[in-house]
Design a protein around this ligand. Structure first.
Ligand SMILES: Cc1cc2nc3c(=O)[nH]c(=O)nc-3n(C[C@H](O)[C@H](O)[C@H](O)COP(=O)(O)O)c2cc1C
Length: 183
């Protein structure tokens, strides 16, 4: 069976993006799923000085090696002041440098593998500005982006671990089907 890795770009223990990720995992039936906590791979805040000293954090290399075991990915991003949280940006900056220094002749970390990109926030925008930035930042990993979905007004549209708005729910489930067929 194909394997899909899912994670949210949040370091909040009560993250709504983690809840959305769990819902997507619950709805993937045609592949094995694993959810990781990105905090478990948290490197130091990106810095050129640290990069000169250590080249690439162990946790980032571990993350790239983990990605190789999966056939597809689901990533959900929060929005802080219209852009991804610094926590996620720092990790994506480190990831953008890893092939420069460590895995030079190897495929990029998401090379041609299907990616479903998600976002949510309590506001009406559902983090639609942040998702555009994350699409760009993840393009360094060369994924095959199969779709994007932003869940607006999380507290209104999500209850008991499920999306309550039928139309939004169907939209997401159609993308999940697409992901299952592309892995
Ligand atoms: C510093 C900060 C800035 C925020 N800026 C935005 C924003 O620009 N747009 C938005 O929709 N929500 C914004 N929010 C609210 C977040 O969407 C909300 O905290 C959400 O729960 C974050 O996702 P998470 O729970 O998965 O970490 C902001 C929250 C914080 C703490």
């Amino acid at each position: 069976m194909k394997k899909i890795l899912l994670f949210a770009g949040s370091n909040s223990s009560t993250s709504i993006n983690k809840k959305l990720i769990q819902y997507v995992a619950d709805n993937i039936k045609e592949a094995e799923t694993e959810i990781i906590n990105l905090e478990d791979y948290e490197p130091p805040m990106f810095s050129v000085d640290i990069e000169k000293e250590i080249t690439s954090p162990e946790s980032i290399q571990k993350l790239v090696k983990k990605f190789r075991n999966y056939d597809g990915f689901v990533v959900s991003t929060p929005e802080h002041n219209h852009i991804p949280p610094a926590f996620l940006k720092s990790i994506l900056d480190w990831l953008s440098r890893v092939h420069l220094h460590i895995f030079e002749d190897e495929p990029r970390y998401f090379e041609d593998k299907p990616l479903l990109l998600l976002s949510t926030s309590p506001g009406k925008g559902g983090a639609t500005r942040s998702i555009e930035h994350v699409e760009y930042l993840l393009s360094f990993g060369k994924p095959k982006l199969i779709g994007k979905f932003s869940l607006p007004s999380f507290n209104h549209n999500f209850e008991d671990g499920k999306i309550t708005d039928q139309e939004l729910d169907q939209k997401l489930k159609d993308l999940i089907k697409k992901l299952e067929s592309e892995v």
